[in-house]
Design a binder for this molecule. Structure first.
Ligand SMILES: Cc1cc2nc3c(=O)[nH]c(=O)nc-3n(C[C@H](O)[C@H](O)[C@H](O)COP(=O)(O)OP(=O)(O)OC[C@H]3O[C@@H](n4cnc5c(N)ncnc54)[C@H](O)[C@@H]3O)c2cc1C
Length: 403
Protein backbone atom coordinates (compact mmCIF):
# COMPACT_ATOMS: atom_id res chain seq x y z
CA UNK A 1 0.00 0.00 0.00
CA UNK A 2 1.28 3.44 -0.97
CA UNK A 3 2.11 5.53 2.11
CA UNK A 4 2.45 9.34 2.13
CA UNK A 5 2.43 12.12 4.72
CA UNK A 6 -0.78 13.83 3.57
CA UNK A 7 -3.64 12.98 1.23
CA UNK A 8 -5.86 15.80 -0.01
CA UNK A 9 -9.24 14.94 -1.52
CA UNK A 10 -10.12 17.47 -4.25
CA UNK A 11 -7.88 19.17 -6.83
CA UNK A 12 -9.48 22.56 -6.36
CA UNK A 13 -8.33 25.90 -5.03
CA UNK A 14 -8.51 24.93 -1.35
CA UNK A 15 -6.68 21.68 -2.16
CA UNK A 16 -4.02 23.53 -4.17
CA UNK A 17 -3.45 26.07 -1.37
CA UNK A 18 -3.12 23.33 1.26
CA UNK A 19 -0.80 21.36 -1.01
CA UNK A 20 1.42 24.40 -1.62
CA UNK A 21 2.04 24.83 2.11
CA UNK A 22 2.65 21.11 2.69
CA UNK A 23 4.99 20.61 -0.26
CA UNK A 24 6.95 23.75 0.68
CA UNK A 25 7.39 22.27 4.16
CA UNK A 26 8.78 19.06 2.68
CA UNK A 27 5.79 16.78 3.36
CA UNK A 28 4.97 14.13 0.76
CA UNK A 29 1.53 15.18 -0.46
CA UNK A 30 -0.87 13.39 -2.77
CA UNK A 31 -4.02 14.98 -4.22
CA UNK A 32 -6.85 12.62 -5.15
CA UNK A 33 -9.36 14.00 -7.71
CA UNK A 34 -12.38 12.14 -9.07
CA UNK A 35 -12.62 14.12 -12.33
CA UNK A 36 -10.24 14.06 -15.25
CA UNK A 37 -7.91 17.10 -15.05
CA UNK A 38 -8.25 19.86 -16.08
CA UNK A 39 -11.80 19.47 -14.82
CA UNK A 40 -14.94 21.52 -15.37
CA UNK A 41 -16.22 23.55 -12.39
CA UNK A 42 -19.42 25.58 -12.53
CA UNK A 43 -18.48 29.03 -11.22
CA UNK A 44 -18.83 32.68 -12.23
CA UNK A 45 -15.10 32.90 -11.64
CA UNK A 46 -15.14 36.40 -10.17
CA UNK A 47 -12.21 36.26 -7.78
CA UNK A 48 -12.27 38.75 -4.91
CA UNK A 49 -9.30 41.14 -4.53
CA UNK A 50 -8.15 39.16 -1.49
CA UNK A 51 -8.28 35.91 -3.46
CA UNK A 52 -6.36 37.57 -6.28
CA UNK A 53 -3.61 38.65 -3.88
CA UNK A 54 -3.42 35.09 -2.54
CA UNK A 55 -2.92 33.63 -6.02
CA UNK A 56 -0.26 36.20 -6.94
CA UNK A 57 1.65 35.77 -3.69
CA UNK A 58 1.52 31.98 -3.64
CA UNK A 59 1.39 30.85 -7.25
CA UNK A 60 2.72 33.82 -9.25
CA UNK A 61 1.26 35.90 -12.11
CA UNK A 62 -1.85 34.44 -13.75
CA UNK A 63 -1.32 33.15 -17.31
CA UNK A 64 -3.88 34.29 -19.95
CA UNK A 65 -5.34 30.80 -20.39
CA UNK A 66 -6.69 30.77 -16.82
CA UNK A 67 -8.97 33.73 -17.62
CA UNK A 68 -12.28 34.10 -19.43
CA UNK A 69 -13.23 37.07 -21.57
CA UNK A 70 -13.76 39.75 -20.26
CA UNK A 71 -10.56 38.97 -18.39
CA UNK A 72 -11.50 41.10 -15.38
CA UNK A 73 -14.47 42.32 -13.39
CA UNK A 74 -14.91 45.80 -11.98
CA UNK A 75 -17.45 45.09 -9.29
CA UNK A 76 -21.00 44.04 -8.54
CA UNK A 77 -24.28 45.66 -9.58
CA UNK A 78 -27.27 45.08 -7.33
CA UNK A 79 -30.76 45.15 -8.84
CA UNK A 80 -34.03 45.42 -6.91
CA UNK A 81 -37.66 44.69 -7.89
CA UNK A 82 -38.52 48.40 -7.60
CA UNK A 83 -36.03 48.87 -10.49
CA UNK A 84 -33.39 50.60 -8.41
CA UNK A 85 -29.95 49.40 -9.54
CA UNK A 86 -26.52 50.49 -8.41
CA UNK A 87 -22.95 49.37 -9.15
CA UNK A 88 -20.19 48.98 -6.55
CA UNK A 89 -16.56 48.80 -7.60
CA UNK A 90 -14.18 46.43 -5.85
CA UNK A 91 -11.66 48.12 -3.59
CA UNK A 92 -8.26 48.33 -5.28
CA UNK A 93 -9.39 48.00 -8.90
CA UNK A 94 -10.57 45.16 -11.11
CA UNK A 95 -10.21 41.46 -10.29
CA UNK A 96 -9.66 38.49 -12.59
CA UNK A 97 -12.49 36.52 -14.21
CA UNK A 98 -11.13 33.02 -13.69
CA UNK A 99 -11.70 30.11 -16.02
CA UNK A 100 -11.98 27.54 -13.25
CA UNK A 101 -11.18 24.58 -15.45
CA UNK A 102 -7.72 25.98 -16.10
CA UNK A 103 -7.06 28.21 -13.07
CA UNK A 104 -7.54 25.36 -10.61
CA UNK A 105 -5.36 23.02 -12.64
CA UNK A 106 -2.68 25.70 -12.92
CA UNK A 107 -2.67 26.24 -9.13
CA UNK A 108 -2.65 22.49 -8.45
CA UNK A 109 0.34 21.98 -10.75
CA UNK A 110 2.19 24.92 -9.20
CA UNK A 111 1.65 23.47 -5.72
CA UNK A 112 4.17 20.76 -6.63
CA UNK A 113 2.02 17.96 -5.17
CA UNK A 114 1.54 14.62 -6.89
CA UNK A 115 -1.97 14.24 -8.32
CA UNK A 116 -4.03 11.14 -9.07
CA UNK A 117 -7.03 12.23 -11.12
CA UNK A 118 -9.99 10.05 -12.16
CA UNK A 119 -9.66 8.56 -8.69
CA UNK A 120 -12.66 8.82 -6.36
CA UNK A 121 -12.50 8.93 -2.57
CA UNK A 122 -14.89 6.29 -1.22
CA UNK A 123 -14.13 6.09 2.50
CA UNK A 124 -11.60 6.24 5.29
CA UNK A 125 -10.49 4.47 8.45
CA UNK A 126 -8.79 6.49 11.14
CA UNK A 127 -6.41 4.25 13.05
CA UNK A 128 -5.09 6.79 15.53
CA UNK A 129 -1.59 7.37 14.18
CA UNK A 130 -2.57 7.12 10.49
CA UNK A 131 -5.55 6.99 8.15
CA UNK A 132 -6.35 4.46 5.45
CA UNK A 133 -8.00 6.18 2.51
CA UNK A 134 -10.11 4.07 0.16
CA UNK A 135 -10.59 5.07 -3.47
CA UNK A 136 -11.91 3.81 -6.78
CA UNK A 137 -9.28 4.27 -9.47
CA UNK A 138 -9.63 5.08 -13.18
CA UNK A 139 -10.13 1.43 -14.09
CA UNK A 140 -12.85 1.07 -11.47
CA UNK A 141 -10.69 -0.97 -9.09
CA UNK A 142 -10.39 -0.37 -5.34
CA UNK A 143 -7.10 1.19 -4.26
CA UNK A 144 -6.20 2.15 -0.70
CA UNK A 145 -3.54 4.54 0.54
CA UNK A 146 -2.03 5.14 3.93
CA UNK A 147 -1.37 8.68 5.18
CA UNK A 148 -0.57 10.39 8.42
CA UNK A 149 -3.18 13.08 7.71
CA UNK A 150 -6.16 13.60 5.42
CA UNK A 151 -7.62 16.90 4.17
CA UNK A 152 -11.14 17.01 2.77
CA UNK A 153 -11.01 19.80 0.14
CA UNK A 154 -13.81 18.21 -1.83
CA UNK A 155 -16.38 20.99 -2.11
CA UNK A 156 -19.98 21.55 -0.97
CA UNK A 157 -21.25 17.96 -1.12
CA UNK A 158 -18.01 16.69 0.47
CA UNK A 159 -17.84 12.88 0.56
CA UNK A 160 -15.19 13.25 3.30
CA UNK A 161 -17.66 15.15 5.52
CA UNK A 162 -20.26 12.45 4.77
CA UNK A 163 -17.78 9.73 5.74
CA UNK A 164 -16.97 11.46 9.05
CA UNK A 165 -20.49 12.66 9.89
CA UNK A 166 -23.04 10.49 8.05
CA UNK A 167 -25.99 12.50 9.43
CA UNK A 168 -24.63 15.94 8.57
CA UNK A 169 -26.26 16.28 5.11
CA UNK A 170 -29.70 15.86 6.75
CA UNK A 171 -28.96 18.68 9.19
CA UNK A 172 -28.60 21.52 6.69
CA UNK A 173 -30.81 22.84 3.88
CA UNK A 174 -29.59 22.15 0.33
CA UNK A 175 -29.85 24.46 -2.62
CA UNK A 176 -29.54 23.88 -6.33
CA UNK A 177 -27.57 26.48 -8.23
CA UNK A 178 -27.63 26.35 -12.01
CA UNK A 179 -26.87 28.47 -15.04
CA UNK A 180 -27.19 28.58 -18.82
CA UNK A 181 -24.82 30.33 -21.20
CA UNK A 182 -26.88 32.21 -23.82
CA UNK A 183 -26.04 33.72 -27.18
CA UNK A 184 -26.75 37.44 -27.01
CA UNK A 185 -29.13 39.28 -29.31
CA UNK A 186 -29.14 42.39 -27.17
CA UNK A 187 -27.74 42.99 -23.69
CA UNK A 188 -27.70 46.41 -22.04
CA UNK A 189 -26.25 45.00 -18.75
CA UNK A 190 -22.77 46.46 -18.24
CA UNK A 191 -20.34 43.63 -19.00
CA UNK A 192 -17.75 45.02 -16.61
CA UNK A 193 -19.93 44.00 -13.65
CA UNK A 194 -21.36 40.89 -12.03
CA UNK A 195 -25.14 41.46 -11.72
CA UNK A 196 -27.20 40.20 -8.79
CA UNK A 197 -30.98 40.44 -8.21
CA UNK A 198 -32.57 40.77 -4.76
CA UNK A 199 -35.85 39.47 -6.09
CA UNK A 200 -37.86 36.90 -4.11
CA UNK A 201 -39.97 36.11 -7.19
CA UNK A 202 -36.90 34.97 -9.14
CA UNK A 203 -35.01 32.80 -6.66
CA UNK A 204 -32.74 32.67 -3.63
CA UNK A 205 -29.75 33.61 -5.74
CA UNK A 206 -30.18 35.20 -9.17
CA UNK A 207 -27.31 36.46 -11.28
CA UNK A 208 -26.07 37.29 -14.76
CA UNK A 209 -22.78 38.32 -16.35
CA UNK A 210 -20.85 38.31 -19.60
CA UNK A 211 -18.59 35.41 -20.55
CA UNK A 212 -16.71 34.75 -23.77
CA UNK A 213 -19.14 36.78 -25.92
CA UNK A 214 -22.19 35.16 -24.34
CA UNK A 215 -24.35 35.88 -21.29
CA UNK A 216 -24.69 33.65 -18.24
CA UNK A 217 -28.09 33.64 -16.56
CA UNK A 218 -28.21 31.68 -13.34
CA UNK A 219 -30.55 30.97 -10.49
CA UNK A 220 -30.28 29.25 -7.12
CA UNK A 221 -33.19 27.85 -5.10
CA UNK A 222 -34.12 25.25 -2.53
CA UNK A 223 -33.66 21.71 -3.84
CA UNK A 224 -36.89 20.27 -5.23
CA UNK A 225 -38.05 22.88 -7.77
CA UNK A 226 -37.59 22.76 -11.55
CA UNK A 227 -34.39 24.43 -12.73
CA UNK A 228 -35.55 24.89 -16.34
CA UNK A 229 -38.71 26.64 -15.20
CA UNK A 230 -36.93 28.90 -12.69
CA UNK A 231 -34.19 29.80 -15.16
CA UNK A 232 -36.66 30.53 -18.00
CA UNK A 233 -38.52 32.82 -15.60
CA UNK A 234 -35.33 34.83 -14.99
CA UNK A 235 -34.61 35.07 -18.73
CA UNK A 236 -38.17 36.38 -19.26
CA UNK A 237 -37.76 38.90 -16.44
CA UNK A 238 -34.47 40.19 -17.83
CA UNK A 239 -36.11 40.73 -21.21
CA UNK A 240 -39.17 42.50 -19.78
CA UNK A 241 -37.39 44.68 -17.22
CA UNK A 242 -33.87 45.16 -18.54
CA UNK A 243 -34.21 44.73 -22.31
CA UNK A 244 -31.90 41.70 -22.34
CA UNK A 245 -32.74 39.55 -25.39
CA UNK A 246 -31.09 36.14 -25.49
CA UNK A 247 -31.30 33.03 -27.61
CA UNK A 248 -32.70 30.06 -25.70
CA UNK A 249 -29.98 27.75 -24.48
CA UNK A 250 -30.76 24.10 -23.84
CA UNK A 251 -27.51 23.17 -22.05
CA UNK A 252 -27.94 23.49 -18.26
CA UNK A 253 -25.06 23.35 -15.82
CA UNK A 254 -25.73 23.05 -12.10
CA UNK A 255 -24.77 21.68 -8.73
CA UNK A 256 -25.94 21.22 -5.15
CA UNK A 257 -24.77 23.88 -2.69
CA UNK A 258 -24.39 23.95 1.10
CA UNK A 259 -25.15 27.67 1.42
CA UNK A 260 -25.75 28.44 5.09
CA UNK A 261 -23.05 27.21 7.51
CA UNK A 262 -20.97 30.42 7.35
CA UNK A 263 -24.07 32.57 8.00
CA UNK A 264 -24.82 30.84 11.27
CA UNK A 265 -21.28 29.85 12.32
CA UNK A 266 -21.84 26.08 11.86
CA UNK A 267 -18.59 25.04 10.27
CA UNK A 268 -17.35 21.45 9.93
CA UNK A 269 -13.63 21.03 10.57
CA UNK A 270 -13.16 17.29 11.01
CA UNK A 271 -11.96 14.83 13.61
CA UNK A 272 -8.97 12.64 14.39
CA UNK A 273 -6.40 12.84 11.61
CA UNK A 274 -8.86 14.26 9.09
CA UNK A 275 -9.55 17.96 8.65
CA UNK A 276 -11.99 19.71 6.33
CA UNK A 277 -11.39 22.91 4.41
CA UNK A 278 -12.83 25.22 1.74
CA UNK A 279 -16.52 25.06 0.93
CA UNK A 280 -16.68 21.53 2.33
CA UNK A 281 -16.09 23.12 5.75
CA UNK A 282 -18.83 25.68 5.06
CA UNK A 283 -16.79 28.67 3.88
CA UNK A 284 -18.78 30.92 1.56
CA UNK A 285 -18.68 34.71 1.43
CA UNK A 286 -21.44 37.18 0.57
CA UNK A 287 -22.92 36.82 -2.97
CA UNK A 288 -21.62 33.23 -3.04
CA UNK A 289 -17.97 34.25 -3.37
CA UNK A 290 -16.13 31.15 -2.20
CA UNK A 291 -12.73 31.17 -3.87
CA UNK A 292 -10.88 33.54 -1.54
CA UNK A 293 -11.99 31.71 1.60
CA UNK A 294 -11.27 28.35 -0.09
CA UNK A 295 -7.70 29.49 -0.78
CA UNK A 296 -7.08 30.94 2.67
CA UNK A 297 -8.73 28.13 4.61
CA UNK A 298 -6.85 25.59 2.49
CA UNK A 299 -3.53 27.24 3.32
CA UNK A 300 -4.45 27.24 7.02
CA UNK A 301 -5.33 23.52 6.85
CA UNK A 302 -1.87 22.87 5.41
CA UNK A 303 -0.20 25.01 8.09
CA UNK A 304 -2.11 23.25 10.88
CA UNK A 305 -0.81 19.89 9.69
CA UNK A 306 2.74 21.19 9.46
CA UNK A 307 2.52 22.55 13.02
CA UNK A 308 0.94 19.40 14.37
CA UNK A 309 3.59 17.27 12.71
CA UNK A 310 6.54 19.36 13.93
CA UNK A 311 5.29 20.05 17.45
CA UNK A 312 3.46 16.78 17.98
CA UNK A 313 0.30 18.59 19.07
CA UNK A 314 -3.36 17.80 18.54
CA UNK A 315 -4.23 18.56 14.92
CA UNK A 316 -7.86 19.36 15.70
CA UNK A 317 -7.01 21.80 18.45
CA UNK A 318 -4.40 23.59 16.33
CA UNK A 319 -6.62 23.75 13.26
CA UNK A 320 -9.53 25.22 15.19
CA UNK A 321 -7.33 27.91 16.75
CA UNK A 322 -5.72 28.77 13.42
CA UNK A 323 -8.90 28.73 11.32
CA UNK A 324 -10.68 31.17 13.68
CA UNK A 325 -9.27 34.14 11.72
CA UNK A 326 -10.82 32.90 8.47
CA UNK A 327 -14.11 32.19 10.25
CA UNK A 328 -14.11 35.82 11.44
CA UNK A 329 -13.50 37.14 7.92
CA UNK A 330 -16.19 34.97 6.35
CA UNK A 331 -18.92 35.14 8.99
CA UNK A 332 -18.33 38.90 9.39
CA UNK A 333 -19.64 39.31 5.84
CA UNK A 334 -23.03 38.02 7.01
CA UNK A 335 -22.98 39.68 10.42
CA UNK A 336 -25.52 42.55 10.40
CA UNK A 337 -23.59 44.42 13.13
CA UNK A 338 -20.37 44.27 11.11
CA UNK A 339 -22.20 45.24 7.91
CA UNK A 340 -23.72 48.27 9.68
CA UNK A 341 -20.64 49.37 11.62
CA UNK A 342 -17.63 48.06 9.70
CA UNK A 343 -16.58 47.29 6.16
CA UNK A 344 -16.43 43.49 5.94
CA UNK A 345 -16.88 43.39 2.15
CA UNK A 346 -14.50 44.19 -0.66
CA UNK A 347 -16.87 46.65 -2.34
CA UNK A 348 -18.44 49.63 -0.63
CA UNK A 349 -22.13 48.87 -0.16
CA UNK A 350 -22.76 51.67 2.41
CA UNK A 351 -21.23 54.29 0.11
CA UNK A 352 -23.26 53.14 -2.91
CA UNK A 353 -26.41 53.05 -0.79
CA UNK A 354 -25.87 56.57 0.57
CA UNK A 355 -25.50 57.92 -2.96
CA UNK A 356 -29.16 56.99 -3.61
CA UNK A 357 -32.01 59.43 -3.09
CA UNK A 358 -34.00 59.03 0.16
CA UNK A 359 -36.87 57.55 -1.85
CA UNK A 360 -34.64 54.95 -3.49
CA UNK A 361 -33.02 54.06 -0.18
CA UNK A 362 -36.47 53.34 1.24
CA UNK A 363 -37.25 51.17 -1.82
CA UNK A 364 -34.00 49.23 -1.46
CA UNK A 365 -34.62 48.60 2.25
CA UNK A 366 -38.15 47.39 1.60
CA UNK A 367 -37.06 45.16 -1.30
CA UNK A 368 -34.17 43.74 0.75
CA UNK A 369 -36.52 42.94 3.61
CA UNK A 370 -38.93 41.14 1.26
CA UNK A 371 -35.99 39.22 -0.21
CA UNK A 372 -34.78 38.16 3.24
CA UNK A 373 -38.27 36.83 4.05
CA UNK A 374 -37.59 34.17 1.40
CA UNK A 375 -35.05 32.71 3.83
CA UNK A 376 -37.40 32.81 6.83
CA UNK A 377 -38.17 29.09 6.66
CA UNK A 378 -34.53 28.23 7.47
CA UNK A 379 -34.78 30.02 10.84
CA UNK A 380 -31.33 31.56 10.46
CA UNK A 381 -32.33 35.03 11.68
CA UNK A 382 -31.93 34.45 15.41
CA UNK A 383 -28.78 32.41 14.95
CA UNK A 384 -27.18 35.14 12.83
CA UNK A 385 -28.05 37.78 15.44
CA UNK A 386 -26.77 35.62 18.33
CA UNK A 387 -23.49 34.75 16.57
CA UNK A 388 -23.09 38.35 15.41
CA UNK A 389 -23.65 39.77 18.90
CA UNK A 390 -21.15 37.33 20.41
CA UNK A 391 -18.59 38.43 17.84
CA UNK A 392 -19.10 42.07 18.80
CA UNK A 393 -18.91 41.39 22.54
CA UNK A 394 -16.14 38.78 22.65
CA UNK A 395 -14.15 39.59 19.50
CA UNK A 396 -14.70 36.21 17.86
CA UNK A 397 -17.21 33.50 16.95
CA UNK A 398 -17.87 30.66 19.36
CA UNK A 399 -16.32 27.28 18.50
CA UNK A 400 -19.06 25.40 20.39
CA UNK A 401 -21.21 24.57 17.35
CA UNK A 402 -18.34 23.62 15.06
CA UNK A 403 -18.05 19.96 14.13
C1 LIG B 1 -22.82 28.80 -9.99
C2 LIG B 1 -21.72 29.16 -9.06
C3 LIG B 1 -21.07 30.38 -9.21
C4 LIG B 1 -20.02 30.72 -8.35
N1 LIG B 1 -19.39 31.90 -8.57
C5 LIG B 1 -18.36 32.26 -7.78
C6 LIG B 1 -17.64 33.46 -8.04
O1 LIG B 1 -17.90 34.20 -9.00
N2 LIG B 1 -16.61 33.76 -7.22
C7 LIG B 1 -16.25 32.95 -6.17
O2 LIG B 1 -15.30 33.27 -5.45
N3 LIG B 1 -16.93 31.81 -5.92
C8 LIG B 1 -17.96 31.44 -6.69
N4 LIG B 1 -18.62 30.27 -6.45
C9 LIG B 1 -18.21 29.45 -5.30
C10 LIG B 1 -16.92 28.69 -5.60
O3 LIG B 1 -17.03 28.03 -6.85
C11 LIG B 1 -16.62 27.66 -4.50
O4 LIG B 1 -16.86 28.25 -3.24
C12 LIG B 1 -15.19 27.18 -4.55
O5 LIG B 1 -14.92 26.56 -5.78
C13 LIG B 1 -14.94 26.19 -3.42
O6 LIG B 1 -13.66 25.66 -3.61
P1 LIG B 1 -13.21 24.34 -2.90
O7 LIG B 1 -11.74 24.25 -3.11
O8 LIG B 1 -13.69 24.31 -1.51
O9 LIG B 1 -13.96 23.13 -3.64
P2 LIG B 1 -14.50 22.86 -5.12
O10 LIG B 1 -14.11 23.96 -6.05
O11 LIG B 1 -15.94 22.54 -5.03
O12 LIG B 1 -13.71 21.55 -5.55
C14 LIG B 1 -13.86 20.33 -4.93
C15 LIG B 1 -13.11 19.28 -5.74
O13 LIG B 1 -13.25 18.02 -5.08
C16 LIG B 1 -13.47 17.02 -6.07
N5 LIG B 1 -14.18 15.89 -5.44
C17 LIG B 1 -15.44 15.87 -4.97
N6 LIG B 1 -15.75 14.64 -4.53
C18 LIG B 1 -14.64 13.87 -4.71
C19 LIG B 1 -14.33 12.50 -4.44
N7 LIG B 1 -15.24 11.65 -3.91
N8 LIG B 1 -13.10 12.05 -4.74
C20 LIG B 1 -12.17 12.87 -5.28
N9 LIG B 1 -12.41 14.18 -5.57
C21 LIG B 1 -13.62 14.67 -5.30
C22 LIG B 1 -14.31 17.75 -7.12
O14 LIG B 1 -14.29 17.08 -8.36
C23 LIG B 1 -13.62 19.11 -7.16
O15 LIG B 1 -12.56 19.14 -8.06
C24 LIG B 1 -19.64 29.86 -7.30
C25 LIG B 1 -20.30 28.63 -7.13
C26 LIG B 1 -21.32 28.27 -8.01
C27 LIG B 1 -22.00 26.93 -7.84
Amino acid sequence: MRSVDVIIIGASLSGAAAAKRLVDAGLETLIIERASLPRHKICSGILSPRGHRFLLENFGPLPREVLHDPTSCRGVTFHFPSMVSFPMDFFGGTTPHLYRKFSDYWAVKRSGAEVHDRTTFTGLEDNGDHVIVHTRDREGGSVSYRAKYLIGADGPTSPVVRALYPNYPKQIPWFFVGQKLHEIIECPLDEEYFHFWFHPGLGHYTWSHARDGKQIVGVGFKVGESFDRKQANVVRYLEEKHGVILNPQPEPDGTAENFGPSLINRYVFGKGNAIITGQAAGFLNMIGEGMSCALHSGAIAGEAIIDSNVRNRSLQELYRKMIASEVRRTSDQWNPFKVALGRPHEADFPEAFLKLSMKDRARVLKDTWNFLLLYKEFKWGRQIIAAGAERMLKGGYSMKEWK
